[in-house]
Design a protein around this ligand. Structure first.
Ligand SMILES: Cc1ncc(COP(=O)(O)O)c(C=O)c1O
Length: 487
């Protein structure tokens, strides 16, 4: 084990800042000296870290010194062959992973409830996705990940697929054991890529799920900024593969990321790794205890239920994620609004659920937060609510019948939502958060999806890039029956 007490990048940047250097290079704020006066004090300490690739401070795209050492410490703590700092979130990691394993017309097996960056990555690589629907927990309606049986069936039908792409954990923190899938894929010489955006803290100790890299995954992205104390956009990519070329992944990382990566973000990634690596066993136990206590106290509030998976399900829930289901006339979004009025902001809300992300630190405000939620909900009567169907992806394995070659023979039109059943969608429809597309271009619009969409709209859900979806309708492909010469 390397010395995990070291913070090579952060320490070097601080050392440079302490020397009060004269800056005749970018960035233009000159270590914070040139800045709007009213905001100077607020930004001052961060701008003193906002360096660039000057002598001694290394270069993310050709790491030789302090960034290399910081990334080695990172790889060491997760047990990866090589690890990389990302300054464009797991988004850029997903794009780079996908471009590295597939090219034009290659087939890739992809979990249907993936984040939009995965769908965009497939489009960028011009690959063809075969979507695998996850299993669902009957008790909660939540996705519990892809089963081995689904993977086997898909690989039987598509033995020439280039890779398998999984998302684990889900946004709600539901996580599965990946080992069987990875071992099976590896016997066929196929790499497994994992979007572990919400699991950067996995492997921190007993009581937390195991990280994907420790289970043998080939490439893994993690949003350090989501659950570790890193700045927003700060993420990690881990490489541990004999099936994927390290050179190719490095090529795409430098192609897709800025040539001026943020030093405050990178230094915070160094510190986030330090934080995680140095958590003591009793601190981990205390985090787990805080989570248990918070859940137990929330369970006493009659207007809500704390979501727990069916006991027969082979998945576990990340202790940092607490999902609450409404059990009163209010939707999750209504409750979110009431809590925001009291200064409490949750991670996600929809018609049924609210998701709270706990800190990776002992949490002492449990009683105060629970009593706030209790008082906000007091005027509302508890009622029984039917659990809604959350399912997306109708078939277990689907390649959309609407292929890229057919697109040229089509025109694109907007159709009122209620009349869109049976059409092929021509755009992504993305409730945000969680950013998992409800519809992906080429997918057939079913009654089920329209019902879900209408429910989400009624509950006040936000759709990225579609502020006016009710008025504009859905963008669909229709057959272009104009004669060739009229086009
Ligand atoms: C499952 C999943 N993957 C990837 C991302 C993108 O991560 P980032 O925000 O770090 O770019 C998100 C963001 O919410 C996500 O939920």
């Amino acid at each position: 084990m390397l010395n995990q007490r070291m913070t090579p990048l952060y320490s070097k940047v601080i050392e440079h800042a302490r020397e009060n250097p004269h800056s005749f290079h970018v960035p233009g704020h000159k270590w914070g000296r040139v800045f709007p006066q009213f905001a100077k004090e607020t930004y001052e300490s961060v701008l003193r870290l906002d360096a660039t690739e000057i002598a001694g401070l290394d270069d993310l795209h050709d790491a030789q010194f302090v960034i290399k050492e910081a990334q080695q410490l990172l790889a060491n703590v997760y047990g990866a062959n090589t690890s990389y700092f990302l300054v464009g979130g797991s988004t850029v990691g997903n794009l780079a992973m996908l471009c590295s394993v597939c090219s034009k017309n290659d087939i890739i097996l992809v979990q249907r409830d993936s984040h939009k960056s995965v769908i965009n990555g497939i489009q960028l690589a011009q690959a063809e996705a075969i979507y695998l629907a996850p299993d669902y927990d009957e008790k909660t309606g939540l996705s519990i990940g892809i089963g081995l049986a689904t993977v086997k069936e898909a690989l039987n039908s598509y033995p020439n697929a280039k890779a398998i792409f999984l998302t684990n954990p889900s946004y709600y923190g539901v996580t599965i054991d990946l080992r069987e899938i990875i071992e099976y894929a590896h016997t066929l010489g196929m790499p497994v890529l994992v979007d572990e955006a919400h699991g950067a803290h996995f492997g921190v100790g007993d009581g937390f799920p195991r990280s994907a890299i420790s289970q043998g995954a080939d490439l893994v992205v993690q949003s350090a900024h989501k659950t570790l104390p890193a700045m927003t956009m700060g993420s990690y990519l881990h490489f541990n593969s004999s099936f994927v070329s390290k050179k190719t992944i490095e090529f795409y990382l430098q192609t897709l990321q800025s040539s001026s990566p943020s030093y405050p973000i990178m230094a915070s990634l160094d510190l986030a790794r330090h934080y995680m690596a140095n958590l003591k066993e009793d601190e981990v136990l205390s985090i787990l205890e805080s989570s248990r206590k918070f859940r137990a106290q929330l369970k006493e509030i009659p207007q809500i239920t704390v979501v727990e998976l069916d006991e027969t399900v082979n998945s576990t829930v990340d202790p940092l994620k607490v999902t609450i289901r409404t059990k009163c006339e209010l939707t999750g979004i209504d409750i979110q609004g009431l809590l925001e009025d009291k200064g409490l902001f949750v991670e996600l809300a929809n018609e049924e659920y609210l998701l709270l992300v706990l800190p990776l630190a002992p949490f002492h405000q449990s009683e105060q937060i629970v009593s706030l939620i209790r008082s906000v909900l007091k005027p509302y009567k508890p009622i029984d609510r039917k659990i809604g169907e959350k399912k997306i992806g109708i078939q277990k394995i689907s390649s959309f019948p609407f292929k890229k070659e057919t697109v040229d023979q089509c025109k694109i039109e907007y159709i009122p939502i209620e009349q869109a059943v049976g059409y092929f969608i021509a755009e992504q429809i993305i409730p945000y958060p969680p950013g998992v597309p409800l519809l992906i271009p080429g997918e057939i619009i079913t009654n089920e999806t329209i019902e879900t969409l209408l429910k989400l709209l009624e509950a006040g859900a936000k759709f990225q890039g579609h502020t006016n979806i009710k008025q504009t309708g859905l963008k669909v492909f229709t057959i272009d029956d104009r004669k060739e010469d009229e086009k």
